[in-house]
Design a binder for this molecule. Structure first.
Ligand code: AMP
Length: 170
């Protein structure tokens, strides 16, 4: 199955000049979603890690079923003000302006090995910020996983030292 058939390009969203990679056709097709999760299960079933940290919000859609299949726990990373208990917080730069991400301070235990999951790698800022949150918590990043990598943006350059797995590349 070629997952590209289930990713829709939406030009000029959320702002002019951005081509948004829309995963809703993939989510809306039972076979394509099952293929995606099964592929990730195969890829990660023999990898040594303890926890999946999915990134709000599209990372949740893939991280949660993967955690369920592999028997791992979930520690969500969320946008500011969403997590109710005490958090670690980190700011990072976007193409325009800055963003903040948070994780519960008691989410990842010291020494736990963490798989970070998001839908898409663009400039790498979001994954780098999430890796920082995991490390602030005393965890170790085992791997970074995305469905889609926009290789032309060279996000890997902002993630040196981390192992990254992407299912499809543009
Ligand atoms: P970045 O921090 O630049 O790697 O951006 C990654 C985050 O922004 C991910 O959570 C994506 O969901 C979202 N994102 C960035 N660019 C796009 C795009 N072209 N299409 C869809 N999502 C995007």
């Amino acid at each position: 199955m070629d997952l590209r058939d289930y990713i829709r390009d939406v030009p000029d969203f959320p702002e002019p000049g951005i081509v948004f990679k829309d995963i809703t056709p993939l989510l809306g097709d039972v076979r394509a979603f099952d293929y995606t999760i099964s592929h990730l299960v195969d890829h990660y079933k023999d990898v040594d890690f303890d926890v999946i940290v999915p990134i709000e919000s599209r990372g949740f859609l893939f991280g949660a079923p993967l955690a369920r299949e592999l028997g791992k726990s979930i520690v969500p990373v969320r946008k500011p003000g969403k997590l109710p208990a005490e958090t670690h917080s980190t700011d990072y730069t976007l193409e325009y302006g800055t963003n903040t991400m948070e994780i519960h301070v008691d989410g990842v235990d010291h020494g736990q090995k963490v798989l970070i999951m998001d839908d898409l790698l663009a400039t790498g800022g979001t994954l780098a910020a999430t890796a920082r949150l995991v490390e602030m918590s005393g965890g170790a990043v085992a791997d970074l996983a995305v469905i889609i990598e926009l290789s032309f943006l060279e996000g890997r350059k902002n993630l040196e030292g981390y192992s990254i797995y992407s299912m499809i590349q543009y």
